[in-house]
Design a binder for this molecule. Structure first.
Ligand SMILES: [Zn+2]
Length: 77
């Protein structure tokens, strides 16, 4: 989904907007200013901290991280 972060030049509030149209008028959710600066999306950056430990635990039992649907699903114990 095209979610972008914008920082308000007026109050420095950072807001996330779901941008569907190309000429959508965005305004700060805090102060209403339309002087917003697009930020580098944090969603594209590798953020290991947002991934749950369960995902890490499930990876590797087939030899490749993420190859298991659920822990133990492909392991015959
Ligand atoms: Zn603002």
């Amino acid at each position: 989904m095209p979610i972008f972060e914008y920082r308000c030049n007026a109050c420095n509030e950072v807001s996330e907007f779901l941008v569907l149209g190309k000429e959508e008028v965005l305004s700060c959710g805090k102060c209403g200013s339309q002087d917003l600066v697009k930020q580098m999306s944090a969603h594209n950056a590798p953020a290991a901290s947002t991934r749950g430990p369960a995902e890490q635990a499930s990876g590797g039992c087939c030899g490749a991280p993420g190859s298991c649907g659920s822990p133990g699903s492909c392991c015959s114990a």
